[in-house]
Design a binder for this molecule. Structure first.
Ligand code: NDP
Ligand code: OXD
Length: 315
């Protein structure tokens, strides 16, 4: 019985923490598989295609990420349970990121940064939080925690998900039929959706044009896009065109169609775009290792696994 860790740069860190939590466990780090037949659990982030299929006695795959699109994209993926990472460490970091980006644009920080470089002392009138409508796409584990954090600051919060939700202080919209109504009441769109066949390319110019059509908050210059879900949700060129056309006032992007973001991308130098390197919620390696060991123990003790991915839904 061995745990294989295939997680690019942080693999050795996960392994060190796993060995601390379970000193007797045989922990291996790809590409040093040893005898593949001895591996029953794999902890993975962007595993090379075919790697998991090469493990004949694999019983469990644990995703380092909450998002599993890259794992599900492997056509050779073995048919064993796949659990995704859900943990207060990750959830807290995402709620911080979404709150930080909402505040950044609501409080016009990209403009103040520019004024600072010019040594210009200028006051920009700003809306109050209770006048700003934040629309969260994806009210799952991360969207729901972000909604709670934003409510605590007084923002009006709406959310869009596949199924209707009941969360205190959050107006719920669900399904394709209610998407336009949700967008029309949204000034700042915060996206924390998984990437699936249904969500790929959803963040395009046609969608941006539907934002904030009813009763726009006067002191916000235009709609804002925050994407911390996956780059495949968005069309980078449409975001740039919408910014240029004034259909979007600003954007915070943590994820991109191509990662790392190429040096030549116009996003890097756009005055009202905040770029972060897919680290909205980069979890602590210790938390990830603990989680993987817990799932492995649950499997071996015949207990139900946590956060099992529904492959049919794609998340
Ligand atoms: P959850 O599975 O808990 O939530 C997903 C939410 O998206 C649910 O509310 C779900 O609706 C909704 N959803 C899915 N498909 C659709 C659809 N077609 N239409 C409308 N709503 C839809 O996931 P998490 O909150 O844990 O994570 C969300 C995503 O965040 C991950 O998949 C990952 O891509 C991304 N992520 C990014 C990170 C970063 O650092 N940038 C870090 C961690 C995650 P319903 O509730 O009805 O099922
Ligand atoms: C995740 C991520 O899915 O970090 O957890 O993107």
């Amino acid at each position: 019985m061995a745990l294989l860790i295939a997680a690019t740069a942080r693999g050795q860190q996960f392994a060190a923490h796993a060995r601390e939590v379970a000193p007797d466990l045989d922990v291996r780090v790809a590409p040093d598989l040893g005898n593949p037949a001895e591996i029953d659990t794999a902890l993975v982030w962007l595993p090379p295609r075919g790697l998991l299929a090469s493990l004949p006695n694999l019983k469990l795959i644990v995703s380092v990420g909450a998002g599993v699109d890259a794992i599900l994209a492997d056509p050779t993926l073995p048919n064993v349970p796949l659990t995704r990472f859900v943990d207060p460490d990750l959830t807290g970091r995402m709620a911080e990121y979404i709150t930080l980006q909402v505040l950044t644009h609501h409080r016009r920080m990209t403009e103040y940064r520019m004024l600072q470089t010019e040594r210009t002392w200028k006051y920009i009138p700003e809306a109050a939080a209770h006048e700003v409508r934040v629309g969260i796409m994806g009210l799952g584990v991360l969207g729901s925690a972000s909604a709670k954090a934003l409510r605590a600051l007084g923002y009006q919060v709406r959310a869009w998900s596949r199924s209707p939700k009941q969360q205190e202080g959050v107006v719920s919209f669900a399904g394709d039929d209610q998407l336009d109504a949700f967008l029309a009441e949204t000034d700042i769109l915060a996206v924390i959706l998984p990437l699936t066949d249904d969500t790929r390319g959803l963040l395009n110019r046609a969608l941006f044009r539907k934002l904030s059509l009813t009763g726009r908050t006067p002191l916000l210059p235009g709609p804002v896009l925050i994407n911390a879900g996956r780059g495949g949700l968005q069309l980078d060129s449409d975001i740039l065109a919408a910014l240029d056309a004034g259909e979007l006032y600003a954007a915070s992007l943590d994820v991109f169609q191509t990662e790392p973001l190429p040096a030549g991308s116009p996003f890097w130098s756009h005055p009202r775009v905040v770029v972060t390197p897919h680290n909205a919620a980069e979890s602590a390696p210790a938390a990830i290792a603990r989680y993987a060991i817990r799932q492995m123990r649950r499997l071996n003790e015949g207990q139900a696994l946590e956060n099992v991915v529904d492959r049919g839904r794609g998340y």
